[in-house]
Design a protein around this ligand. Structure first.
Ligand code: HEC
Length: 163
């Protein structure tokens, strides 16, 4: 009775090892291919869970003012435009060739994040993506200004935000 069990275990382990080796040889670390649909979907689900958790520890936001939005736009140009594009809507060539790709900050997926989740993304960054954490570079105040600026991208380009 024992021997067949051992044989099945050995066989199963051998099949798993072979599958892992095959997968390792069939893939590479190039950032050039377009990220797959399943991979993108799974990454988005995982990101959502972690962001919800991180958002719980975010300090309360200050009141939005036009000055804060303007300061956020200035900080954006220095810290973010390099990947997300000068207008935040059209990622640069560099951003488009990262894996995963840098996103348009006007996109529904980004605008669907809560203010606190946006703060968490900017403060902590996103591990295993090109998105840096700015928590040691920008103050909490500056990060809120960036959040307020990103919110203005939800409405199509206009000379000034409507409110
Ligand atoms: C070096 C390139 C780079 C820089 C600089 C950069 N980002 Fe990103 N950012 C990325 C990439 C790549 C992603 C996509 C990550 C992903 O798909 O999970 C991203 C994602 C994001 C997201 C979306 C997160 C989500 O859940 O969809 C926000 C918001 C964001 N960045 C804001 C900013 C802001 C604000 C700055 C400047 C303070 C900034 N980024 C600077 C590369 C960059």
């Amino acid at each position: 009775m024992r021997k067949p069990v051992v044989a099945w275990v050995v066989l199963t382990v051998a099949v798993i090892v072979a599958a892992v080796l095959l997968a390792a040889f069939a893939t590479n670390l190039s950032a050039l291919p377009e990220p797959g649909r399943l991979e993108t979907w799974l990454a988005a689900r995982a990101r959502a869970v972690y962001l919800r958790r991180a958002a719980a520890h975010v300090p309360p936001p200050p009141a939005v003012t036009p000055q804060r939005i303007e300061a956020g736009a200035g900080a954006y140009g220095m810290a973010c435009a390099f990947c997300h594009g000068a207008d935040g809507r059209h990622p640069t060539a560099v951003g488009q060739n990262m894996y995963p790709r840098a996103v348009s900050l006007a996109s529904p997926a980004v605008q669907a994040l809560s203010d606190r989740e946006l703060f968490a993304v900017i403060h902590d960054g996103l591990r295993l993506t090109g998105m840096p954490g700015f928590g040691r570079i920008e103050s909490d105040d500056d990060i809120w200004n960036l959040v307020f600026y990103i919110r203005t991208l939800a409405t199509p380009p206009a000379p000034a935000p409507a409110h």
